[in-house]
Write a protein that binds this ligand. Sequence first.
Ligand SMILES: *[C@@H]1O[C@H](CO)[C@@H](O)[C@H](O)[C@H]1NC(C)=O
Ligand SMILES: [Zn+2]
Ligand SMILES: [Zn+2]
Length: 367
Amino acid sequence: MISPALVVVLFFALLVTAADLYKVLDVHKSASDKDIRAAYKRLSKKYHPDKNKAPDAEDRFVEIARAYEVLSDPTKRQIYDRHGEEGLKQHEGGQNQPNPFDVFSNFFGGHHQQQVRRGPSSLTEFEVSLADIYQGSSIDFMIKKRILCDHCRGSGAASDSDIHTCGGCNGNGVKLVKQQIFPGMFAQSQVTCNECGGRGTVIKKMCPHCQGNKVVDHTAHYTLDITPGMPEGHEVVFEGEADESPDWEPGDVVLRVRSKKEKGAWRRKETSLYWKQTIGIDEALMGFEKNITHLDGRNLLVVRKAVTQPGFVQVVKGEGMPSFGSKSARGDLFIEYNVVLPVELTPDMRRKLSAAFEPSTSTRDEL
Ligand SMILES: *[C@@H]1O[C@H](CO)[C@@H](O)[C@H](O)[C@H]1NC(C)=O
Ligand SMILES: [Zn+2]
Ligand SMILES: [Zn+2]
């Protein structure tokens, strides 16, 4: 007889083996090879047991390697899509699966990246308002770039049947030429085929969509997510989003985020915020209560009861920038006071002020 506990264990085991490989990599079933690689790159780093000390990190890491190994192999992926995990097992016929750590080091260190040529990455300075960095924000932007022509998928030909093996080099891309170095004596050398430019193929009819250029201009839309407190100059990477070409894996689009310099307004240095406040002579002498509109639109009440000297800096704890990567920590706000004097004094003010500043003389006068 099977005990209930065993049934539960068996059921659980079935669930584990049936874990959807697409879910493991957090990609859609229609994900491209590029998406799968990007997902593996992100997740394998996140769960690598050298870095991630969570108790289940290693299991996740192994699962992720397995999912990548299957989904990055077109044959295995097809079998998995049609026949699931069972079909895969039959296909693999009890072969050992590769060590997940080898999968990792091959992906990052080894030949994988040498084989693939990377196109140029782009770096753009991206200015946002300080308020956006204070509160966090999502900013839509566009990039003009070149993408593979979707009509010919980067071949440049009107159809696959318009791509022919080059007759000049029989598809080798190079020609052997005989050169006479002495009468009756020849040397053979290899030169790039001039008919196909070394590609080994010639196109009879160009793709009408891209005129054979293989790529077309495109305006792509993205969203830049600004985390509150993002440091000045922080680089946000959009992996593989630079110009496409059939000759390379696209490079990255990198945005370097900075706050706009706005004159006379808020300034920031790391987690500290600076604000310049102008007050009148009356406020400087007698104190005041004032609202300063903070970067998030909030009224921040500042109170001074004592005399405020020009240039005095008031520190308001915890009203600076949020610190990047920590939800609760915040820097301080430094308010620097500038005192303005009246341009002119009316005779009445003059009399009153002199009375105020020379109390002993004025009282004597009145007596
Ligand atoms: C400051 O703002 C608060 C509300 O935002 C308001 O209740 C208060 O009266 C204001 N104080 C001054 C001195 O303006
Ligand atoms: Zn050729
Ligand atoms: Zn085309």
